[in-house]
Write a protein that binds this ligand. Sequence first.
Ligand SMILES: Nc1ncnc2c1ncn2[C@@H]1O[C@H](COP(=O)(O)OP(=O)(O)OP(=O)(O)O)[C@@H](O)[C@H]1O
Ligand SMILES: [Mg+2]
Length: 308
Amino acid sequence: MDEQGLPPVDDAVSGADETVVADEAVVTDEAVEVDVVEAAAVATIPEPTPLASHGPARVISMVNQKGGVGKTTSTVSLGAALAGYGRKVLLVDFDPQGALSVALGINAYELDLTVYNLLTEPDCHIGDVILSTDVENLDLLPSNIDLSAAEVQLVAEVGREHALARVLGPVMSEYDIVLIDCQPSLGLLTVNALTASQGVIIPMETEYFALRGVALLKDTIEKVLSRLNPDLQIIGVLATMYDPRTLHSREVLETVQQAFGDAVFQTVINRTVKFPDAAVAGEPITSFAPSSGGAEAYRQLAREVLSR
Ligand SMILES: Nc1ncnc2c1ncn2[C@@H]1O[C@H](COP(=O)(O)OP(=O)(O)OP(=O)(O)O)[C@@H](O)[C@H]1O
Ligand SMILES: [Mg+2]
């Protein structure tokens, strides 16, 4: 084990051969090889089957206490891609910054009711707080800065780690997938998200220090698993902001694959300005630039998530 608590390189299963880069063309002499690998890997991800009915929901948290790694971008993009496959999706903004709400074009600061009210007021009904979005099958449980007070208020409560699970209970039968966008911290809000979830996706920026803090994150997931939620599983690690032109990006991706083996999604999200552009437009990439490499990458991720 190294200082990150990760297995030594030689012990790890390398998933490097399965990597799929589904974004802009690679302008190096490796391009041909990448294309061949891509075709082979895509073939192993099945097309989602259409659903005849909806629910009960599978709840997935997007977690990494490191800031700016693509949690919110991945929540909105994956959520919209899953909705595109006919899944009924609820996105939960569980970050007081409210970035997920903003990314869906919602000014959460003007809202009277947010997830904060649901956590702290027993008479508040989730149906009054959920908002529909411009994307079919995609709903949002918004949040704003009020949520930062909930963390303090919940500390004194019995069953404080289960507050979000209680909030989501009444709508679990209506949705197929609930995606929770966590704040960059491993505090009580994130523990609530993990307690409410069956799965975790760990977005990881493909740059130096990507693995810093991962031992602490794994430790938190294991504690929640053993003390609060025996159903919790890591669904996958998602490499984001990958630049196939740089050796640096490729080396970091390899290190992540050596550390996590098969847990790393075949889908890798490339760095492209289309993501910040879509966020500014208040639209998921799948509607903002549906034929872009970024949109296709998240559609592929949706297929991978549904197949895991
Ligand atoms: N693949 C990408 N390529 C380029 N920019 C990206 C990509 N993914 C996300 N970004 C941009 O990087 C910034 C951080 O992304 P994002 O907000 O999704 O991260 P986060 O992990 O949710 O951050 P925080 O920890 O602050 O909540 C945003 O400006 C976003 O638009
Ligand atoms: Mg975020």
